[in-house]
Every structure is written in structure tokens, then in C-alpha cells.
Design a protein around this ligand. Structure first.
Ligand code: C2E
Ligand code: MG
Ligand code: MG
Ligand code: MG
Length: 288
């Protein structure tokens, strides 16, 4: 009897493992086709200066329209692209595409002083040609490198420290800025904040979620803002969704807000509409 149960559970384990493996294979295959069929596209989330209520930048975010499943989140497929060795290629495409689109809007809507942020994956930094490739793309684009911000996470600074630091230095030597994304969810290592010549810190949405009711979250955000600003960093608050959350931040004179309260990530057509409205009223328009 024991033997039989054993056999059954082994059988079951094996089946579910097989199913998971098959699902994974399908997903990977779909993703390969996504690149061939150009199913990836970019959306852009505006970043607004709290005080002036004007646009200061956009974050570029990757999307995939799966033929059956519809739009799939990058949190789901970027890690798979990384494992499949495809993130280098996709990452360069993101930079090329984002800079191209940014050039179009800059010309049409006076975007002086507005920056374009692009997320980097740790795997991209390991590629020996990374800097060379990025530099070539920036040079052949019409975007001033001063308007480009690369978003990195703390794990990239810890991992293979020396090499990555060289890469970060090269990014800055090109004139681009570095932003530390998802701050507060990783090591929150204060050492890197000062040593890496960062320009910007993005406080993670996790601390904003309950900022209107949770006093300790508010205090954490408060002290993080103060610390970062006294080190000369710009601070971006991620994930503001409501007026009440925003009111908790009203006292700060220099803050950049990125969240659904102002805008969800927008496709090209939606973004052009918003820029069109901004042209008429001279500040970032309220969501309609
Ligand atoms: P992230 O860089 O931290 O991007 C911010 C995420 O927060 C985005 O999710 C954005 O849609 C979401 N968000 C912004 N405001 C709000 C809000 O008010 N409420 C809520 N609930 N969410 C908000 P998204 O677009 O799903 O991207 C997830 C992650 O995928 C990104 O996190 C980034 O780590 C990664 N990612 C996206 N695009 C790229 C890319 O081009 N390359 C790489 N390597 N990673 C990317
Ligand atoms: Mg980001
Ligand atoms: Mg983030
Ligand atoms: Mg993230």
C-alpha cells in the first residue's frame, strides 16, 4: 500500500512538473515569436513636478501583446527574456525605439528639460558590448544625452560590483543620468547612494500604498526624501494613486510624482493627446 501511494504521488508530481515544463516551453516559444512578429511595444508614464504641476519626464515601460492572452506584464516576461538570453537584444531595441519616439514628440511639443527614463536589466550590464552599443544608439539619435536617465536597481550595484561600477561610470561619461529604482525594497544601502554619483532616487510604491493611514510608512518616506535631497538627489515618488496620498506629500517643495493619479503608462496616441492639451494650458492637464 505504502508503495502504491508512493508511486501515485510520484506520478502526480511528475505530471504537474511536466505540465509546468510544457507551459514554460510554450511561453518561451511565444516570446521568441513576439520578437519576430513585433508584438512588443512601449508605453510612457509621465512624471510631474509636484510644485509646478508640470511635466518633467517620462518612464519608458515595455509591453507585450500576446496573441491569445492580450497585454502581458513586463514583470512576467522580462525575467524570461533574461533567462533566454534575449534581454540584451530587446533592451537595445527599447533604447532605440524610445529615443526615436521621444525625438518626434520633442519636435512637436517643446519638451526642453523633459527627460526620458529607461529601465536597465542586470544582465544587460554584463554584456561586454553594452556601453559601445548604447553609445552608438544615442549618437545616431537626435536626443541630447543629458535628457536620458537610466534606471538601475540596487542589486546591480552589489552584484559584480567593480565591473558594474565601471559601466555606471561610462553611462555618466556619456552625459546620461542614473536613477536608483525601487528604493526601499532591496538593500537600501546608504553607501551606494553617495558613491555612485546617482542623480535620482525613486521611492518604491510599497511605501506609498498606505501612506495616508500608516504613520510609519509616512515617516520612512519623509526621512528618505530628506536624506536623498540633502545628498543632492532628485526624488521620484512612485505609485501615487489618490488625492489623499498626494496630500501627505504637500509639504515638500521638490518632488517628482509618477503614478496613476496623474497618468497610467500611456501609448503613443494617448501621450500625444495629453501633450496636445498641455500645449494649450501650459501645465500638465488633469486626467479626463
Ligand atoms: P518599475 O521600473 O518600478 O516601473 C514602475 C511600475 O509601476 C510600472 O509597472 C508602472 O506601470 C507601475 N505603476 C506606476 N504608477 C503606478 C500606480 O499609481 N499604481 C500602480 N498599481 N502601479 C503603478 P510595469 O509597467 O508593469 O513594469 C513592471 C516592471 O517591469 C518595472 O518596474 C521594471 O522593473 C520592469 N520593466 C518595464 N519595462 C522594462 C524595460 O524596458 N526593460 C527592463 N529591463 N525592465 C522593464
Ligand atoms: Mg523603473
Ligand atoms: Mg520602480
Ligand atoms: Mg521594478
Amino acid at each position: 500500500d505504502v508503495k502504491k501511494n508512493h508511486l501515485n504521488s510520484y506520478q502526480f508530481y511528475n505530471d504537474s512538473m511536466r505540465q509546468a515544463a510544457i507551459k514554460k516551453l510554450y511561453f518561451e516559444n511565444d516570446l521568441k515569436n513576439a520578437l519576430i512578429n513585433q508584438e512588443l511595444f512601449l508605453v510612457y508614464q509621465p512624471q510631474i513636478d509636484l510644485k509646478t504641476q508640470n511635466l518633467v519626464g517620462f518612464e519608458t515601460l515595455l509591453r507585450w501583446t500576446h496573441p491569445q492572452r492580450g497585454v502581458v506584464s513586463p514583470s512576467e516576461f522580462v525575467p524570461v527574456l533574461e533567462k533566454m538570453g534575449l534581454i540584451e537584444e530587446v533592451g537595445l531595441w527599447v533604447v532605440r525605439e524610445a529615443l526615436n519616439q521621444f525625438t518626434t514628440w520633442s519636435a512637436a511639443y517643446q519638451l526642453e528639460g523633459v527627460s526620458i527614463s529607461i529601465n536597465l536589466s542586470a544582465i544587460q550590464l554584463r554584456s561586454p558590448k553594452f556601453i559601445e552599443d548604447i553609445e552608438a544608439i544615442i549618437q545616431s539619435s537626435q536626443v541630447d544625452s543629458q535628457s536620458i536617465v537610466f534606471e538601475v536597481t540596487e542589486s546591480m550595484m552589489v552584484e559584480d560590483n567593480f565591473r558594474n561600477n565601471k559601466v555606471f561610470e561610462s553611462i555618466q561619461n556619456m552625459g546620461c543620468r542614473l536613477s536608483l529604482d525601487d528604493y526601499g525594497t532591496g538593500y537600501s544601502n546608504l553607501y551606494y547612494l553617495d558613491r555612485l554619483n546617482l542623480s535620482e532616487l525613486k521611492i518604491d510604491r510599497q511605501f506609498i500604498l498606505n501612506i495616508d493611514v500608516n504613520e510609519s510608512d509616512r515617516l520612512i518616506v519623509h526621512h528618505t526624501i530628506q536624506m536623498a535631497q540633502s545628498l543632492g538627489l532628485h526624488v521620484v515618488i512612485e505609485g501615487i494613486e489618490t488625492q489623499v496620498q498626494l496630500e501627505k506629500l504637500a509639504e515638500y517643495s521638490n518632488l517628482i510624482i509618477q503614478g496613476y493619479y496623474f497618468d497610467k503608462p500611456l501609448n503613443q496616441a494617448e501621450l500625444m493627446q495629453r501633450l496636445e492639451a498641455r500645449k494649450r494650458i501650459q501645465h500638465w492637464p488633469q486626467k479626463s
